[in-house]
Design a protein around this ligand. Structure first.
Ligand SMILES: Cc1ncc(COP(=O)(O)O)c(C=O)c1O
Length: 395
């Protein structure tokens, strides 16, 4: 197989990849961050699994799926991540996984402190505030200044850790959904460990587009989904708990279907989307066939670099995501400088150029426009985006 260095910019190769997907005619989608498409092969498999489970119902599910297949699929997930299968439990999405970890974290005493930053996902922020109220703990919220840098991010956490000695737990987002900033997770986690602070990692946007090794990140608790960059059916996520730290997370609301020593007791027991779970082996195969996170990520970064390089030179535009290769991925956000309200520019990108993007709000820097190419994005769409940004940035 040709090297990543050659393939990520090979338009013919990516044209062939794009043909694996069915795409509805309509606006050019530069908002691939919401969730990923399945390839046709994965979609066919999913549809066949839906039909099969609908026909066979509990006879198959109780006799085969629950007894053997579910375990095999969990093992395959663990292999993909390079972790022990006893460290992962399926959920319906990243939110469910993160909420389970947060509400069941049992290491807080009244007076302890919890740390959040402005870039965290809003549901994670509210869950952490909820946890603090339940345990009589205090929430510390920091803001990251722009432009973000590797050392600057580390410094802001170092300062917070030194300033708030009662910090016990922090949320950390591997890839923030607002600007696509990739946090230096490994370095922050190492610093947190030195201060005795536990980290719950939000990996919703990282898995499938960033080539990381979970064990090497030094994270004990994390939540992910599989329906963004892995390309699995919607409704799949999972939590990860380092088996040596399982005791720090209680069984979910006295969950009893699995023993307390089983990580699956840390999630609500319910009827899952069985056809979606059965489709995971096909989704993992496709992910690997596309070169895994290394090549998928290299392609997305290449497309991102093309438009960001041009847009960065435009005086009327501010790019909010840094260019340090350690700190960005597919997603990058920008702001037109001539107006506070960015929504009219999102509207104009769609109306005048047929480009579908999205507004993101809620961080210290206020609102921005998020641009996210995907695996069906050709060079021509990026060129159109560059042209559009150049014209809209004129005073
Ligand atoms: C940073 C981040 N965290 C968590 C989530 C929630 O993921 P899910 O929709 O799988 O619950 C998202 C979804 O976009 C996200 O961007």
């Amino acid at each position: 197989m040709p090297q990543i260095a050659e393939l990520f910019r090979d338009e013919r190769h990516w044209q062939a990849i794009a043909e694996r997907y069915e795409v509805e005619p309509g606006p050019i989608n530069l908002e691939n961050g919401y969730f990923g498409r399945m390839t046709r092969r994965v979609l066919d498999d999913y549809q066949a699994n839906i039909a099969f489970i609908n026909r066979s119902n509990s006879v198959y599910v109780r006799q085969q799926f629950e007894r053997t297949q579910a375990q095999q699929i969990r093992r395959q997930l663990a292999q993909l991540l390079g972790v022990d299968e006893h460290a992962v439990a399926f959920t319906r999405c990243a939110t469910d996984a993160l909420q389970s970890l947060i509400r069941n974290y049992n290491q807080l005493q009244p007076g302890d402190q919890l740390l959040l930053c402005d870039l965290e996902y809003d549901t994670v922020k509210s869950a952490m505030r909820w946890l603090a109220r339940q345990r009589g703990a205090e929430v510390i919220e920091i803001e990251h200044s722009l432009p973000a840098s590797f050392d600057g991010l580390l410094d802001s956490y170092r300062q917070a850790f030194e300033r708030y000695p009662r910090l016990k737990l922090m949320a950390l987002t591997h890839v923030t959904h607002r600007t696509g900033l990739v946090m230096p997770v490994q370095a922050i986690a190492a610093l947190a460990r030195e201060h005795g602070i536990d980290v719950i990692l939000d990996g919703a946007h990282a898995l499938g587009q960033i080539d990381f090794n979970l064990a090497e990140l030094g994270i004990a608790f994390a939540g992910f989904n599989l329906h963004k960059w892995i390309g699995a059916p919607l409704s799949l996520g999972f939590l990860y708990i380092d088996p040596s730290r399982l005791d720090a997370i209680d069984p979910d609301m006295d969950e009893f279907h699995y023993p307390p020593s089983d990580v699956r007791s840390r999630t609500p027991y319910s009827t899952p989307n069985i056809p979606a779970l059965m489709t995971l082996p096909a989704a993992f195969d496709e992910h690997r066939a596309m070169g895994g996170a290394a090549l998928k990520g290299a392609r997305l970064n290449y497309l991102r670099d093309l438009w960001v390089r041009e847009a960065r030179a435009l005086p009327g535009i501010e790019i909010l995501t840094p260019d340090d290769p350690r700190l960005y991925c597919a997603i990058t956000s920008l702001r037109f400088k001539h107006t506070q309200d960015q929504q009219p520019l999102v509207d104009r990108l769609l109306r005048d150029y047929n480009l579908f993007t999205t507004l993101r709000q809620g961080a210290a820097f206020d609102s921005c426009i998020r641009i996210t190419p995907g695996f069906t994005t050709p060079l021509a769409h990026i060129q159109l985006l560059s042209k559009a940004l150049g014209e809209l940035a004129q005073p």
